[in-house]
Design a protein around this ligand. Structure first.
Ligand SMILES: Cc1cc2nc3c(=O)[nH]c(=O)nc-3n(C[C@H](O)[C@H](O)[C@H](O)COP(=O)(O)OP(=O)(O)OC[C@H]3O[C@@H](n4cnc5c(N)ncnc54)[C@H](O)[C@@H]3O)c2cc1C
Length: 379
């Protein structure tokens, strides 16, 4: 039986997130974008309300929420600012491989760290020479006695400037491709780990994105998260779990586009009538509404699958690629509806357009999602 109704608990959770987004995130979003600053006080407040790290199991201090709840909260937060929400979600990206592959000791220490107090974590596969091609990473690990030594460079790492720990993927030998990859948990204060350049981005500027250098970084054996040959699988399984969240980010961003566009279109008059009465403007508003509903259904189905043990990762890719591409078009249309006013910072929609672009790039580009989908349907 299919049931699309929300439980009272879901409604209350969504309401809390919605209020937080409108009262705490949206009012500061433009300033944080302008200054390229992540508001750590927002993370503290979100932590207090239980709106971050939601999927950590209760035995490690978390709320033990499902992917569906996490994604529905993400949608609401993203209405306020996808940049700020991306930083919160980067914690989920880092805690997910620990949840999936970590031993009890690692979970207690690192998941417990995130739930005990407001802290950041980061997840690092990408390098200057390898983004889409995860199996092409060149950051190397070698064994030194019982410990491991990491050398290399990671690029585009969200939260790196604030992270208490990093989940880092490295290879024993780049020629081995995916078979050589292992994963490690690396504490921020480990000698040799240096967070460098903070990227000056087009959009989602409130999120913190940095380069990370690794020079003879000694990682104790108890911080090995996935042994050689298992790291690539762990990275892919992590993305499978987190891609519905990108669909949710897209939905929140599109809802903001629609809300701003409807209000503007009812107010702005041309040729003696509000522009909302012009059919070509109405068509853009209608397309936005369809995109929102369709993306919401896709991310909810993908998250529901994950929560209910239904193995169908292609739906996570559907949610990611459809949501990202619709959000891009929706934000372009929102700027169009605002006309000249859409093109300046005095109005909120130009930020939405800059923010939307990233949804098509990180956690697997729109092209890579299509590759994954096409491979599966032609297999
Ligand atoms: C703001 C930001 C935050 C990020 N946060 C993180 C993070 O926290 N952790 C992390 O590990 N990474 C992070 N990333 C990295 C992100 O995941 C990569 O940028 C992304 O995977 C693309 O890799 P690339 O930039 O190397 O592009 P490339 O892989 O070089 O791709 C360039 C272009 O070629 C296309 N392309 C590549 N291969 C194919 C193919 N086989 N078929 C068709 N087209 C193809 C791509 O779609 C793209 O259009 C972040 C990136 C950004 C911009």
């Amino acid at each position: 039986m299919i049931d699309f109704s929300l439980s009272d608990e879901h409604k209350a959770l969504i309401e809390t997130a919605k209020r937080f987004s409108r009262e705490r995130i949206a009012p500061i979003a433009a300033a944080c974008d302008h200054e390229s600053r992540f508001p750590t006080e927002v993370m503290e407040a979100a932590h207090e309300l239980g709106l971050v790290n939601m999927t950590v199991p209760p035995e490690y201090g978390g709320a033990g929420m499902g992917e569906l709840e996490n994604a529905m909260v993400t949608e609401q937060l993203a209405w306020g600012c996808t940049g700020i929400t991306t930083s919160m979600l980067a914690n989920t990206l880092a805690l997910t491989p620990i949840k999936l592959g970590g031993n009890d000791e690692q979970k207690k220490k690192y998941l417990g760290m995130l739930t005990a107090e407001p802290r950041f974590a980061a997840y690092a596969t990408t390098e200057p020479g390898a983004g889409s091609d995860v199996a092409g990473i060149r950051t190397k690990f070698s064994q030194k006695g019982d410990d491991f030594v990491l050398n290399g460079q990671k690029a585009w790492i969200t939260n790196a400037g604030f992270a208490s720990f990093f989940v880092i993927f490295a290879t024993s030998d780049p020629a081995k491709r995916h078979k050589g990859i292992a994963a490690f948990i690396v504490d921020r204060d480990t000698p040799g780990l240096k967070v460098d350049k903070h990227e000056d981005k087009l959009g989602q500027r409130a999120s913190n994105t940095c380069v990370v250098h690794l020079e003879d970084v000694v990682v104790p054996k108890q911080n090995l998260l996935a042994p050689e040959g298992e790291g690539f699988k762990l990275a892919m399984e992590t993305f499978n779990q987190t891609r519905p969240d990108i669909g949710a980010l897209a939905t929140g961003l599109m809802q903001r586009c629609l809300d701003e566009s409807v209000a503007y279109a009812k107010d702005r008059k041309t040729f003696g009538v509000p522009i909302a009465e012009h059919q070509m403007v109405q068509a853009m508003l209608a397309d936005m509404a369809v995109g929102i509903e369709a993306t919401r259904l896709l991310y909810q189905k993908a998250a529901w699958n994950l929560d209910n043990g239904v193995r169908d990762p292609i739906v996570s890719s559907y949610a990611k690629v459809f949501g990202a591409d619709r959000a891009m078009q929706t934000s372009i249309d929102a700027v169009q509806i605002f006309g000249g006013n859409g093109y300046v910072r005095d109005y909120p929609v130009e930020k939405l357009m800059r923010d939307a672009k990233l949804l098509q790039i990180y956690e697997g580009t729109s092209q890579v999602q299509r590759l994954v989908i096409a491979r599966q349907i032609t297999r």
